[in-house]
Design a binder for this molecule. Structure first.
Ligand code: NAD
Ligand code: DAU
Length: 340
């Protein structure tokens, strides 16, 4: 199989490229990435000499470029990770979220149709379902839960899901969608909760916890997500949505305290700051469908995954130090300047 992985220089796409290149030497993985602030070629450095891997810089919104790529490479499958992925940035600047996440996805769907690809897989998020209350632990998102996005980010992802399903219904396009909960692990850009807290705790800097830190996320180790996507692309039923989650709900403040304990740093570093506008209270994925139909299960317990992750950040300081020393500083000052 020849697979185009869009957004493969980002966090999950990068981990996916590593997993696929090393697991399937007979498949070819072509990473297409625009290298926005979130894309990092250092993530792909270990793959650069692999025979079954190729990196191509490009924008999924550029129709001519995407069509030319399909003509020259003749891929079988497109897996779309490329997106603007950070909720906080979508509050500051929604436009680019609509452009990349909605219009970019449409270009890829059109390419799948024009070149008769065998599959288009859309990597989506549990955020399309909106949030759940904190006091109803029995409620979870299944695939039929109503779509009710809260942020410009999640609204753009929900729109892309709807377009993907519309192309299945109208054009019989062979699509699948996965909706996953919060990922963590190596190569996670240090603007998201877990890597931000690790990096700042290591530097003895204040840790900005939004509101009271009671919001709940369902954490999944990134490799488990990669394996789920691979399984859906190979064995999933066309036209279907599969929820992917870790059965691992935690309040933000508890995650932050676990990180501090692992690093031997004091809780006095925690600083409660003004909440995120429209902040979703709780996400909880019900992954029974993918477990039942495809035999997938999360393999990494949070207690182990967080230790591997912290170890990775300790052993790969140059990777994240290059990021936080650059343009990222401007974003941090803009986002947190008055709050911390
Ligand atoms: P990320 O922000 O780390 O990476 C996104 C990648 O997409 C970057 O490499 C960036 O350069 C690339 N990109 C952005 N715009 C592009 C464009 N126009 N053309 C080509 N490439 C472009 O994101 P992530 O956390 O790895 O998330 C990957 C996907 O998974 C996203 O679609 C996101 O919505 C989804 N998702 C993420 C999580 C999570 O916890 N991080 C959970 C569920 C779903
Ligand atoms: O649920 C899946 C989603 O998870 C993905 O679709 C998104 O792409 C991904 O970014 C992630 O979204 P979140 O908004 O949940 O992740 P983030 O790491 O930004 O925040 C996690 C929680 O931590 C959230 O409740 C906000 C809180 N938080 C975050 C930051 C960055 C803080 O309290 N302080 C912070 O500084």
């Amino acid at each position: 199989m020849k697979i185009i992985v869009t957004g493969g220089a980002g966090f999950i796409g990068g981990n996916f490229c590593h997993y696929m290149v090393n697991t399937y030497p007979d498949d070819t993985i072509i990473c297409l990435d625009k290298l926005t602030y979130a894309g990092n070629l250092e993530t792909l450095e270990p793959l650069k000499d692999k025979k079954n891997f190729k990196f191509i810089k490009g924008d999924i919104c550029d129709r001519d470029f995407v069509y030319e790529l399909c003509e020259s490479e003749k891929p079988d499958v497109i897996i779309n990770f490329a997106a603007e992925s950070h909720v906080d940035r979508s509050v500051l600047e929604p436009d680019v979220f609509v452009k990349t996440n909605v219009l970019g996805t449409q270009v890829l769907l059109d390419a799948t149709k024009k070149y008769n690809l065998k599959r288009f897989h859309q990597v989506s998020t549990d955020e399309v379902y909106g949030d759940l209350p904190l006091d109803r632990p029995e409620l979870m998102f299944d695939e039929n839960y109503k779509i009710k996005a809260s942020s410009p980010y999640s609204a753009s992802k929900a729109s892309a899901d709807l377009l993907t399903l519309a192309y299945y219904r109208t054009f019989n396009l062979p699509v699948t969608i996965s909706r996953c909960s919060n990922n963590y692990g190596p190569y996670h850009f240090p603007e998201k909760l877990i890597p931000l807290m690790i990096q700042r705790a290591l530097n003895d800097e204040p840790l900005p916890v939004y509101g009271e830190g009671k919001n709940v996320r369902d954490w999944l180790y990134v490799l488990d997500h990669c394996k789920a996507i691979d399984l859906i692309v190979r064995k999933g039923k066309v036209g279907e949505v599969y929820n992917v989650g870790g059965h691992n709900e935690k309040a933000n403040i508890d995650v932050v305290k676990i990180i501090l304990k692992e690093l031997g740093k004091p809780e006095s570093l925690i600083k409660y700051v003004t909440d995120r506008p429209g902040h979703d209270l709780r996400y909880a994925i019900n992954p029974e469908k993918i477990e039942r139909e495809l035999g997938w299960k999360p393999e990494t317990k949070f207690e182990d995954g967080i230790k591997y992750t912290i170890k990775w950040y300790l052993e790969n300081r140059p990777w994240w130090e290059h990021i936080i020393s650059g343009e990222y500083q401007n974003y941090f000052n803009n986002m947190y300047g008055k709050r911390i």
